[in-house]
Design a protein around this ligand. Structure first.
Ligand code: NAD
Length: 364
């Protein structure tokens, strides 16, 4: 079976890191005999320049046909003067909405070799491996009515609506249970059920599903406590599932536990497990074109793509092991190098990951 993978290199360091990720994807496909058909399209600032829109129709057609999409990053100073509706970042929102990518998966993994980079004590975070599953297309960010209005007493007030339907809660919760079943077997559902009715319903629905997943242990936690526990003892978590706004905040907190933005992959999935995979970082215009970007977040996004959209868990694990191997060997790009430590460039890091993948050829 051939898998269609669409590459959207984007702007800034996007093309540099996607180029390395593409080489890794080719190498791992070769090793595991996966048939992957690669195509490429424009998204973001380059798409505005070349095709007049951040998410042009040609990209849309390819994205809808793809099994998985690998994105670099979009945006940069060249387009900062455009009105907000015309900026490169609009392309990202448009593709997420177009493909109904309702689940955002943000692993916070800290390779033990990089534990010193965290703002927390090394023993609290070394070996950290948690997965935050955030609902991405509902909740208070999208609820209606919303706006700013003037009250009878002349004061203005802002208002938003925090709303989740049973089916929206059920689909994200089921995904979290299924993912936990393939990992550590634990789900922590984060809510504010002591105050917000919408999250009382959230808790009720999530609890009701637990009997369908007897091998997964479910616990509930209020969001304020979850925030505290994430910085107190983050290794207690396996999979955290939560709504859009809480997930937004908690996933950034968890990301910072790992110390480097250049190491963090992400996935956004729809109901058919088709997905958009991208590093958490942006287009880093300050280092673009200098062979200084860390390609590992994008390479680890390839691992997620293999696992979640191509159903190739062994290939995914091989990519992750190859990354661990190069870190063990002491290779560091500038963003993860300790002071005084020699840094390698983007391409050299890609070379090293491919060498590690190929060196392990026979071991599956
Ligand atoms: P950024 O993530 O691009 O950069 C923040 C800092 O981290 C910079 O110092 C950068 O050099 C460094 N950095 C980021 N990725 C790195 C990597 N792989 N290796 C080494 N260092 C890395 O965030 P920003 O500076 O706030 O935004 C720059 C542009 O990116 C803006 O136009 C913004 O809108 C866009 N952006 C895009 C996305 C996306 O495409 N998903 C996400 C965030 C920001």
């Amino acid at each position: 079976m051939s898998h269609q993978v669409l590459l959207l290199p984007g702007d800034g360091i996007g093309p540099e890191v996607v180029a390395q990720a593409r080489r890794v994807l080719d190498a791992v496909a070769d090793r595991f005999e996966l048939v992957v058909a690669l195509d490429e399209a424009n998204l973001g600032g380059g798409a505005i320049d070349r095709e007049g829109a951040a998410y042009p129709e040609s990209t849309q057609a390819k994205a809808r046909a793809a099994d998985a999409i690998l994105l670099g990053a979009v945006g940069g100073p060249k387009w900062d003067g455009l009105p907000s509706g015309d900026r490169p970042e609009r392309g990202l929102l448009a593709i997420r909405a177009d493909l109904d990518l309702f689940a955002n998966l943000r692993p916070a993994i800290l390779f033990p070799q990089l534990a010193a980079a965290s703002s927390l004590k090394a023993e609290l975070v070394a070996g950290l491996d948690i997965l935050i599953v955030r609902e991405l297309t509902g909740g208070i960010y999208f609820g209606e009515p919303r706006g700013i209005r003037t009250r009878d007493d002349g004061q203005r007030e802002g208002f938003n609506t925090y709303v989740y339907s049973e089916s929206e809660i059920e689909r994200i919760a089921r995904l979290a249970f299924e993912l936990a079943g393939k990992r550590g077997g634990r789900v922590t559902s984060v809510d504010k059920a002591n105050v917000l009715e919408v999250t009382q319903l959230w808790r009720e629905i999530v609890s009701g599903l637990a009997c369908d997943y007897p091998d997964v242990a479910l616990e509930h936690m209020y969001v304020d406590n979850a925030a505290m526990q994430l910085v107190r003892a983050p290794k207690q978590f396996d999979v955290l599932v939560t709504g859009n706004i809480f997930g937004d905040i908690l996933s950034d907190t968890a990301a910072m536990l790992t110390g480097s933005i250049g190491m963090l992959p992400s996935a956004s999935l729809n109901a058919d497990s088709r997905g958009l995979y991208e590093p958490v970082h942006g287009s880093a215009p300050d280092i673009a074109g200098q062979d200084r970007a860390n390609p590992l977040a994008t390479i680890l996004s390839v691992a997620m793509l293999l696992r979640y959209s191509l159903d190739a868990p062994e290939a995914a694990a091989a990519v992750e092991q190859a990354v661990a191997h190069v870190l063990d060997a002491g290779l560091r790009t500038a963003d993860i190098a300790a002071p005084g430590e020699q840094a390698v460039g983007t391409r050299a890091m890609g070379d090293a990951v491919i060498d590690a993948l190929q060196a392990k050829g026979g071991k599956g």
